[in-house]
Design a protein around this ligand. Sequence first.
Ligand code: BDP
Length: 714
Amino acid sequence: MTCLLAVALLMSVQSAHAEDGYDLWLRYRSLPATVLPAYRALARGVLAPAETATQRAARDELLRGLEGLLDQGPERLDAVKAGGAIVVGTPASSPDIATLKLPLEGLGREGYLIRSAKIDGHAAIVVAANDDIGTLYGVFHLLRLLQTTQLSQTLAVRERPDLQLRVLDHWDNLDRSVERGYAGQSLWDWQKLPDWLDPRYTDYARANASIGINGAVLNNVNASAQSLTPQYLAKAAALARVMRPYGIRIYLSARFSAPMEIGGLTTADPLDPQVRRWWRDKVSAIYRAIPDFGGLLVKANSEGQPGPQDYGRSHADGANMLADALAPHHGVVMWRAFVYAHEDAGDRAKQAYDEFVPLDGEFRRNVLLQVKNGPIDFQPREPFHPLFGAMPRTPLMMEFQITKEYLGFATHLVYLGPLYQETLRADTYAQGRGSTVARVIDGSLQQAGISGMAGVANVGSDRNWTGSQFDQANWYVFGRMAWNPMADARQVADDWVRMTFSNAPQVVQPVVSMMMRSREAAVDYMTPLGLAHLMGRGHHYGPAPWDAGSERPDWDPVYYHRADARGIGFDRTASGSNAVAQYAAPVARRFADLSQVPEQYLLWFHHLPWDYRMRSGQTLWAALVQRYGHGVDEVKAMRATWASLSGQIDPQRHDEVAAFLAIQQREAMWWRDACVAYFQSLSQRPLPPGEPAPSHPLSYYTSLSFPFAPGNTQ
Ligand code: BDP
């Protein structure tokens, strides 16, 4: 009996601490004994107003965090009575903060200070801002300092975001399927909204606020007009109410033909007065339901979506019509630059630039052009998009993909921090050296209009939110880099590992280093040396470099690698498509010149013979095979590292990650074998010494099919 009771007790304790990943980086588990006494003294109690919903969110988060981290309930103070008070507020909400006369100017609404201070002679930690939302962000920052054991007696943090709009784009459909989603169904339970508000909505908002994300586009860019009907606007309004205290604005994707589909009009021509009136009325109705609505995101005339060009109008005509409807309400249009048409026989990589550069200066002030990081489509590696720096009179907003459509879905461990960093720090030379992409999007280089960054979300209804434990890091790093585009990927990974797994150096160091290598590993086992888009057509699961003959050539891998018996690669120099000329002269020269082009972009810009001599002296063929093998070796190494951490990480998450790494290793091998077998069938070269033959003949790989691969909702 006693024994049974003990087992029952143990089980309940275990389930209370279930480590299924739901808590994300906000786990707030007890801190190491080495810092606990000092931290308890520094953070004895909380003095924070709780009049507004945002103030309550900040105070509750702080209490919740301290209770977990310090392993004891903090005091809720009503005055600073002794040392160890955490004082939170704005000059308006807190007399103590008002008395301190802190230098809050220049911090805007969202910035904050965290300082060690003396109040009535007592040591205190102050979290101060101009507005409640700034204090909420400050509280999350303070909690991060505790979680990562960086709290000290002399705090001097001053933060404000570099970008104004920090937005998650959900590619969620109204039937709850998620385009390119690998984490279960959509979070938004449209059927039960607006009456039932799943508590997850609040946890989603907390997670976003903790990393400074201040916007969410609720529905897929391949939009259904239904999302703009009164029925769905009421549901969106309910979500907006949940997210408002956390500083998150709701946006919607708009289908350009909505006036016809749900408005009964016979045209969606943006210059037609009736169409314009329809949008003005629709936007007013949205603002009646959601007074702080953020604006509309539009994918137009791309991949079959309707748009202004259907009526002979330009992208600027389309965007400006919506901008005019939104302007009186201070809403924005995020108009996507991801446009390409298969009727255009030219290089797909050139189309967005050709389309939009002539329109520079023609957009209203409340339009942002949302540009993917690279000129094709979220590949494991692409050079930066040539539009960055090429439209000095238009605010360009970055679009990254957080969900790993082209990087192994949820089961491959690929940390995207290095990918984001590589793009943001790339030098466009638009105004000479130092014209980084980060400076283009933050407005400091060219124009100081609205600024922003969007990330295609990877969250869904899975318990762990993102489909895997490590994909949480990609949501996290996106938020941190949207706040500060110059944030360091390694430093962010370090914070994330400490908050998510452990502060123990024997965990932090190896896990961070494996994360930092993981993206390069995926590039190597999928698309090394500048190759791109070799994934299976449609679903994008696994290798299919042989794929050809689809309804649109620019969806076929053979379009991208152009391999034959003589060589491989896409000639984008003057002898080919000349896409390279879309970059500023110093960049174009470097990419076009074989002696200067970074090896990582070699086959992106050049078509070369198999026996081309690499800088290492190897032939291109040998280097290609070796890169593929190296990618697989890196995954083996990650797996061994992770295995060595067993016992240092809770078994539930350790087992899940270990199982996923086994999948990744198998699939990395599959990628390597299939690509090597296929390219060898063209190159007719022997494998370099020491390189194993693929496990199966090419016909085996080409015979595989995956009709139910996830995320393919079209
Ligand atoms: C592609 C995706 C497709 C999206 C498209 C987009 O395969 O599902 O609709 O991007 O960004 O990468 O619009």
